[in-house]
Design a protein around this ligand. Structure first.
Ligand SMILES: Cc1cc2nc3c(=O)[nH]c(=O)nc-3n(C[C@H](O)[C@H](O)[C@H](O)COP(=O)(O)OP(=O)(O)OC[C@H]3O[C@@H](n4cnc5c(N)ncnc54)[C@H](O)[C@@H]3O)c2cc1C
Length: 501
């Protein structure tokens, strides 16, 4: 029996592990619901709701192949042990996974269990993230090759053993997962994923480049593919190839039909590469989940969190409308666009001067699309602890004026400010009589921003080891197309491809 262990790849299309296992013998499609994983502080009820949709769709897809998804609840090694004792496992198949520290440790235990029982564990690649990379030269080229490889067809599956029992999935509450005010979450499952991809590529994405940064437009204009990529209802290769096809069709189309589409599609395609570029960092250095990437920043901020500040930030009551509307929107929908994610993280790390770890955990829980490799890399970038990115401190008042000039997003999520004059909506403290119980600012923006900047720039300037370590980090993690010897000094050309850094 070939056990196909579905993890964050909840589909039958372009599923290398399933296809290869089917060539080797009778297949058992297995999902292990691990209560200990769901008890980790980065997991949440909203992610669980999305997972349940995905499992339902996956089971339907497997029924089309004459199978059903076998669910088991418990620890992976105990479940494999039980299956092996009762049904004898010949080989285990699953996609490579680069996820959080808990899954890393669990995979070590599964690997040991397989070795002890002389069972081969086959792990084909899932995205464009490479294991055991010693350096990043030619990474983008390898990524492209991976994305352009033919997609794997859903296989024929020989009949299954009807005696294998399946467990019931526990409720979220039973796992200790409770709703926290979600009202408008994305649906999970393969069918929703395909619909989201197609509606973006052919309808919603036209003004992606211009509209992605404003939260007024981003909810519709961004692809919203992130939770589907995180749970693997769509493979990254599938998304990339659909995007390439759309780009080709646009090249062949009349100019009047093209409009802003080509730029939008190009930008989106770059971001699909960033997805793996960031996960690759966690693959190469798992410690970025809990340690500063650059050690010079250890001790810069106090490790102890100011609970009052954290609470105000998390509940959207800091007195800065753009921060608060974003945090309230996130609580309700489980999603934010990139610009607002960067801004809320920067506000916590700079203006509120909080260590990034607890806020990152809060955001991880709030994001349905939580993907540790992207998440922790971005959190550290927006907190200035990578040592290699320029320091970017978002001014929440400027963001508010730039991205929501009429206060549409703010009024939607902050009912207290619904009737506030537009001229004052970005700085409501200037109209105390119209605030309706909305709080005064938690810190003075310019003072807090300057104090944070002085400390971070001071550290960069005064620590003699900063530059040496930064160079090492660039060599290990930075995206580049050519090896160091072939690289010229970087120039800023408008035609330069978009690079995350
Ligand atoms: C502090 C912070 C935390 C983040 N945490 C996550 C996370 O947990 N999971 C997650 O998927 N994204 C995360 N992002 C990146 C980005 O904000 C989301 O990928 C994006 O908002 C998802 O919406 P979308 O699918 O509509 O994106 P689109 O703009 O339509 O992009 C398409 C896809 O490209 C990838 N992508 C887009 N932007 C980035 C980026 N800057 N870095 C890496 N990949 C990118 C994603 O896979 C995304 O689904 C984070 C960003 C910040 C600043």
């Amino acid at each position: 029996m070939q056990v196909v262990w579905f993890k964050r790849d909840l589909r039958i299309h372009d599923h290398a592990a399933l296809a290869l296992a089917a060539q080797a013998g009778p297949v058992l499609p297995l999902y292990i619901l691990e209560p200990e994983l769901w008890a980790q502080p980065d997991m949440s009820a909203r992610q669980y709701a999305f997972l349940l949709d995905c499992l339902r769709d996956l089971n339907d897809a497997l029924s089309g192949l004459g199978h059903r998804l076998i669910i088991r609840v418990g620890s992976a090694t105990e479940i494999l042990e039980d299956l092996h004792r009762n049904h004898r496992i010949h080989a285990l198949w699953s996609h490579q996974e680069t996820w959080n520290a808990w899954t890393y440790t669990r995979d070590m235990a599964v690997s040991k269990w397989c070795r002890t029982h002389a069972i081969t564990w086959h792990e084909p690649m899932q995205h464009g993230v490479f294991r055991r990379l010693s350096q990043r030269d030619h990474w983008a080229k390898r990524w492209h090759e991976q994305m352009l490889a033919p997609r794997v067809q859903a296989p024929y599956l020989p009949p299954a053993d009807p005696m294998i029992v399946t467990d019931h999935l526990p409720s979220g509450e039973k796992l200790g997962l409770f709703a926290v005010g979600e009202t408008d979450l994305q649906s999970g499952g393969r069918r929703a994923g395909v619909a989201v991809l197609n509606s973006f590529l052919y309808e919603r994405g036209r003004s992606y480049t211009r509209q992605m940064s404003s939260p007024v437009t981003a909810f519709d204009s961004c692809s919203r593919l992130s939770p589907h990529l995180a749970f693997g209802t769509i493979s990254l290769r599938e998304a990339f190839q659909a995007t390439e096809k759309r780009a080709k069709d646009l090249r062949d189309a009349a100019q009047t039909e093209r409009g802003t589409w080509p730029r939008a599609i190009k930008s989106f395609s770059s971001r699909l590469r960033w997805h793996c570029h960031f996960i690759q960092k966690l693959e190469d250095q798992p410690s970025i989940e809990y340690q500063n990437l650059h050690p010079a920043y250890d001790g810069l901020r106090p490790r102890e969190i100011d609970e009052k500040r954290l609470h105000a930030w998390a509940t959207g009551t800091t007195g800065y409308p753009m921060i608060d509307a974003s945090m309230r929107a996130l609580r309700a929908t489980g999603w934010l666009n990139f610009r607002m994610r960067a801004m809320v993280m920067s506000f916590s790390s700079y203006h509120l001067w909080q260590d990034w770890r607890r806020p990152a955990q809060h955001l991880a829980q709030m994001f349905v699309d939580y993907e540790p490799g992207i998440h922790f890399s971005q959190v550290q970038m927006q907190s200035g602890t990578t040592g290699i990115n320029s320091i970017r401190i978002y001014n929440p008042i400027k963001q508010s004026i730039d991205q929501d000039p009429k206060g549409v997003f703010i009024r939607k999520w902050i009912p207290e400010l619904r009737d506030m004059d537009t001229a004052l909506i970005h700085t409501p403290w200037k109209a105390a009589s119209q605030m309706n119980g909305y709080p005064m600012p938690i810190v003075d923006e310019p003072t807090a921003r300057r104090a944070a900047a002085d400390l971070v720039y001071g550290l960069r300037k005064n620590n003699p080891l900063h530059r040496t370590e930064a160079r090492r980090i660039v060599e290990k993690h930075a995206s580049r197309k050519k090896p160091p010897a072939a690289r010229k000094k970087r120039t800023t050309s408008p035609n330069q491809p978009e690079l995350p850094f």
